[in-house]
Design a binder for this molecule. Structure first.
Ligand code: C2E
Ligand code: CA
Ligand code: CA
Ligand code: CA
Length: 275
């Protein structure tokens, strides 16, 4: 039994070793990904529920690794954060997204996700300003999506940073709304322009009574605070009908479109309103 135990442990060690090595290799590969041109932005439209047209497109990172194939952002962004690589990657994302948006109709916004690590980097405000001036887009088109995790510490400093970004003329959206501990508290302290209800509250609609109650409440909250309300993860007509009748301003999800390469998003914008 003892021997078997040791064997199991050795196996465990071997697995751990292999995992560590894979993680280490992924780190090294990610370091080269940017310069090798392996990163790409896909764009997913947000549809205005008033005009039924594309109001904005969200930039979503994709990594085409020659060894690993398509690595999803949920896998490589944590590694990019751990290594600090998210700072140059995030700056590239801001630049590329604004550059792409410069080719779209001027009434279509561009949403970019921001990592908490980027938010703590001294270069953030400069990077946003550079992306705007070098692309020449109207800063009001740029929407910075941040989650609660961005705001967790040094909230005084964070408030100042948000206000500095605001001064550049960009919009600030609270992403994944409802998934954190203090979404409501942040709404009181920070000047958000938009709240984006997390798709976990949409997923079980129309059946989920709790989700429905929360979705309704957020619509009312946005309304009374004068904040644009958006939902993500709309996959069915039933879900769309609900958010429509609750008075949401925008919706995003597979029902409308998947995230698309830059070359395909232009056509979709031109075709909007979608069928
Ligand atoms: P997120 O910001 O919440 O983005 C929405 C995610 O939901 C995207 O996944 C999108 O493809 C997916 N999605 C959209 N519509 C639907 C739908 O109808 N149903 C379902 N089930 N899913 C839908 P994606 O592209 O895999 O991105 C995952 C996460 O990675 C993002 O979540 C965001 O947190 C992060 N991410 C992506 N790009 C960036 C980036 O450039 N910078 C940073 N910091 N994070 C990023
Ligand atoms: Ca987002
Ligand atoms: Ca989300
Ligand atoms: Ca997220």
């Amino acid at each position: 039994a003892k021997a078997a135990g040791r064997g199991t442990y050795r196996q465990f060690e071997a697995t751990m070793g292999a995992q560590l090595q894979a993680h280490q290799q992924m780190k090294l590969a990610l370091r080269e990904a940017l310069s090798r041109g392996e990163l790409e932005l896909h764009y997913q439209p947000l549809i205005s529920l008033h005009s039924k047209k594309v109001s904005c497109c969200e930039a979503l990172l994709r990594w085409h690794s020659p060894e690993r194939g398509m690595v999803p952002p949920d896998l490589f962004i944590p590694i990019a954060e751990e290594t600090g690589l998210i700072v140059p990657i995030g700056e590239w994302t801001l630049q590329q997204a604004c550059r792409d948006a410069a080719g779209w109709p001027a009434d279509v916004g561009i949403a970019v996700n921001l990592s908490p690590i980027q938010f703590r980097s001294k270069r953030l405000v400069g990077a946003v300003a550079t992306a705007i001036t070098s692309s020449g887009i109207d800063p009001a088109r740029l929407q910075i999506e941040i989650t609660e995790s961005v705001l967790l510490d040094e909230s005084e400093h964070n408030l100042e940073l948000l206000q500095e970004l605001r001064k550049l003329g960009v919009k600030i959206a609270m992403d994944d709304f409802g998934t954190g501990y203090s979404s409501l508290g942040y709404l009181r302290s920070f000047p958000f322009d938009k709240i984006k209800v997390d798709r976990s509250f949409i997923h079980d609609l129309p059946r989920g009574k709790e989700s429905l109650a929360i979705v309704k409440a957020v619509a009312g909250l946005g309304h009374s605070l004068g904040i644009t309300t958006t939902v993500e993860g709309i996959e069915t007509e039933d879900q769309l009908n609900i958010v429509n009748s609750e008075g949401f301003d925008e919706a995003q999800g597979y029902l409308f479109a998947l995230p698309l390469p830059a070359s395909e998003i232009m056509e979709l914008i031109r075709q909007s309103p979608p069928p």
